[in-house]
Design a binder for this molecule. Structure first.
Ligand code: 3HC
Ligand code: NAI
Length: 719
């Protein structure tokens, strides 16, 4: 019986032979994950070759663009929800591969990740294309290798490298894999030809297949092993690790130094399952799929024609324009950079040069890469070459009149098919588009500061933005190394609209009795990259002060004023840039120092507002601030300004330092339980006022016992 007669493996695993070598090709596009049917197909194929006297050796190779990119991540949810038992079938396949009496060679191109590398390491030999990458990235999903990776990798690469790869999750290239003994050969030319030739060589040599389980020379020095494990743990704690998976990964690698392989695998399995059933892993898997879901836009076919982006132009070389220009140059796209005066242009270019030089100094960039990127940036004071641009990103001062003036100018100097994007953070894209003769080409590209670093790009869809402009923006985001999330054109769009209530509550908490450092520390402990008050100081307290004044008419009736924050701004305490805000900053330093004067200002403001101050718990701080995000997020969803709750999660993780291991604010609310969240919000409404009135969608989902994730699924399934 051959696997080609089996269902459903027939199409997933192809079996052929060449010159006495059996070839097993995995065909499970796009990434050859070990989905149901694949391990069964491989096992059947190996068994068949094992029994076939005309076959002397076996090659395992991936069809399409890659070797195996890992276990099928979708299967994990089935295990944790009890629909599936464990990874038994996959582990069974590894036993079949390892026990094959004929040499089995893994031929790796693309990526061998997670279960893919574990499969390769269970084969007897590995050859790789020069561009191949191998790694154990499970920690990025809150997991550890679960199919022997933590046991076989130390036997091949040594304990230090294995701990680094399993706890850090970064893949390495073929040359490094060769250097560390993870692959046996790196081969140019046709990979299958080389693998078959190698297989024939091995078969001709005779002898038993070489099993990684039998290798011990890299594990012999117990003292060095212990030192490597200690160093790995120290490196982790220095990085302020809050995750279970990297710790468990190191523990599993440590087991490899002390236990025989099968016992080590049993320990690995326990540690793997502890991770698999953790909230952290569920959240990180949600993030993995959510990040890929952002480009699925209802009504926008995947084959929507794209506008080729070969050249760009940026208007305004300030904080944002400079960063956006760097993002284009980093992606290898030539970019014109326009300013109003030579001075402003020189300042902008000097900042760009300084930023690149800092990267060179840190060893993140070579001098020649820096020079190459700078050569892609063409400074200008006029629009002369703007007809060359396939996209223009406007990043001039925030102000409707100026934006309209600039867009009217762009309308006259760019090609009809060029995308005209605005980096506005608060203004109405439709009003800006209306001054052009082609509003279908206009869209918001809301970058986050620093734009060359932050991964988030909010793509703000105007009412006329064309499908090609939207689709190109989503693809372009990836080219720029960003994650682009399509949002609607509401005030402050999605991220900043939610950030308003979050920061408002942080400030109100101060007036009610919390200390500045306590609020920030509670949220940092929760996992936020920075506390909301320190973020305010960084961004400039004057920015939200101006917005508060400008949009006063939109404040819900009865809403408390941000008295303490206003007072700070009136005193010229605008944050880091003035050396004082919620904290005090010594000359040239960004380190926030508590300031007793601020506590007095807050106490005075509270007295003026008649607020009775009391002790606050960290739990209350978290609920007040994070549920403010959640409630606004639910309103945004209901109003249709975000397509999915998971899009909001991606925005918050990539733009606002929300911890990925909590899955984003909406996922976090799901884990707390929406009825619990609703109860607290209803209580806040009673205690504080109607600005806490629960979003109708939150109420509805809580009452139906549903979650935001289930709402996303219902919507995705809807016709
Ligand atoms: N399982 C299921 N689906 C996967 C997958 C996996 N391991 N890896 C990728 N996919 C899916 C993606 O969801 C996406 O689906 P979509 O088109 O429907 O959105 C599609 O494959 C293509 O993925 P990308 O858009 O990410 O493609 P890229 O070419 O940009 O990247 C990649 C390819 C580098 C392989 C990247 O997909 C990746 O990093 N994948 C995850 C690798 C990984 O984490 N492997 C370990 C899994 S856990 C494991 O193996 C446990 C084991 O120890 C037991
Ligand atoms: P900035 O003040 O640092 O830079 C604006 C630049 O535009 C100045 O250098 C100015 O000389 C230049 N400029 C003004 N008119 C011009 C014209 N007609 N042609 C060419 N250049 C002109 O401002 P920043 O912070 O970079 O903000 C720019 C835009 O980005 C604003 O719309 C802002 O709302 C938005 N934004 C800002 C973020 C931030 O964190 N600073 C974050 C996201 C968006």
């Amino acid at each position: 019986m051959g696997p080609t007669s089996m269902q459903p493996t027939a199409t997933l695993v192809d079996v052929t032979s060449r010159d006495g070598v059996g070839v097993i090709t995995i065909n499970n596009p796009p990434v050859n994950a070990l989905s149901p049917g694949v391990p069964e197909g491989i096992s059947a194929a190996v068994t068949r070759f094992q029994d076939d006297k005309s076959i002397q050796a076996v090659v395992l190779i991936g069809g399409g663009k890659t070797f195996i990119a890992g276990a099928d991540i979708k299967e994990f949810e089935k295990i944790t929800s009890g629909k599936k038992r464990d990874l038994g079938v996959m582990r069974g396949m590894l036993t079949v591969l390892e026990n094959c009496p004929k040499p089995v060679i893994a031929a790796i191109h693309g990526t061998a990740l997670g279960g893919g590398l574990e499969t390769a390491m269970t084969c007897h030999y590995r050859v790789a294309a020069p561009s191949a990458q191998v790694g154990q990235p499970e920690v990025k999903l809150g997991l550890i290798p679960g199919a022997g990776g933590t046991q076989r990798l130390p036997r091949l690469a040594g304990v230090a490298k294995a701990a680094e790869m399993c706890a850090g999750g970064q893949p390495i290239g073929a040359a490094e894999a060769l250097q560390f003994g993870i692959v046996d050969r790196v081969v140019d030319g046709d990979l299958l030809d080389s693998a078959v030739a190698f297989a024939r060589e091995l078969a001709a040599r005779g002898g038993l297949p070489r099993r990684v389980r039998d290798l011990s020379d890299k594990l012999n020095d117990a003292a060095a092993n212990a030192q490597a494990i200690t160093a790995a743990r120290e490196a982790l704690s220095k990085r302020g690790n809050r995750l279970i998976a990297p710790l468990n990964a190191i523990e599993a690698v440590e087991a490899a130094t002390k236990l025989p392989l099968d016992e080590g695998c049993r320990r690995e399995r326990e540690l793997f399952e502890e991770c698999l059933f953790s909230d952290q892993s569920k959240a990180l898997i949600h993030v993995f799929f959510s990040e890929r879901a952002v480009s699925r836009i209802p009504g926008l076919p995947r084959d929507t024609p794209l506008i080729p982006i070969r050249r760009a132009a940026v208007v305004g070389a300030g904080t944002m324009g400079g960063g956006i220009t760097m993002a284009y140059a980093n992606a290898g796209i030539p970019v014109l950079l326009k300013e109003v005066s030579q001075d402003a242009l020189d300042r902008g270019l000097a900042t760009i040069t300084k930023n690149y030089a800092a990267s060179v100094k840190k060893g993140k960039l070579t001098q020649s890469q820096m020079d190459q990127r700078l050569s892609l940036i063409q400074p200008t004071l006029n629009y002369e070459r703007f007809t060359e641009a396939d996209i223009v990103v406007e990043a001039v001062f925030e102000g409707m009149d100026l934006k309209k003036k600039v867009f009217a100018e762009l309308n006259g100097v760019t090609r009809d098919d060029a995308i005209l994007a605005s980096n506005t953070s608060t203004l109405d894209i439709d009003q800006i588009a209306a001054v052009t003769s082609r509003p279908q080409q206009v869209i918001g590209h809301h970058f986050f500061s620093p734009a060359n670093v932050m991964r988030l790009l909010e793509i703000v869809r105007g009412k006329a933005s064309s499908p090609a402009v939207i689709a190109t923006s989503l693809t372009l985001a990836r080219t720029l190394g960003k994650v682009g999330v399509l949002v609607g054109n509401c005030r402050a769009f999605v991220g900043n609209r939610m950030f308003g209530p979050y920061q408002r509550e942080a400030q109100f908490l101060l007036e009610e009795g919390a200390r500045v450092e306590q609020v920030d520390a509670a949220l940092v402990e929760f996992g936020m990259a920075m506390g909301p008050l320190a973020v305010g100081d960084l961004a400039g307290l004057d920015v939200s002060w101006r917005i508060r004044k400008e949009y006063k008419h939109l404040t819900p009736p009865g809403m408390r004023e941000a008295l303490a924050a206003d007072r700070l701004c009136e005193m010229g305490r605008w944050g880091q840039k003035t050396g004082a805000g919620w904290y005090r900053y010594s000359e040239g330093s960004r380190a926030p120092a508590p300031d007793p004067e601020v506590e007095t200002i807050i106490a005075d403001a509270a007295r003026a507002a008649g607020i009775q101050r009391r002790k606050m718990t960290d739990q209350e701080i978290i609920e007040r601030t994070i549920y403010a995000l959640v409630n606004e997020g639910a309103k945004i969803l209901e109003e249709g300004f975000a397509l999915r709750a998971s899009d909001i999660d991606i925005i918050y993780i990539n733009g606002y330092g929300f911890p990925a291991y909590r899955g984003g604010p909406m996922w976090y609310a799901d884990t707390v339980g929406l009825s619990n969240v609703l109860d607290r919000i209803s209580q806040f409404e009673k205690e504080h006022g109607n600005w806490w009135s629960p979003a109708p969608l939150l109420r509805e989902l809580a009452q139906r016992g549903k979650s935001f994730a289930s709402w996303d699924q219902e919507k995705a399934g809807a016709p």
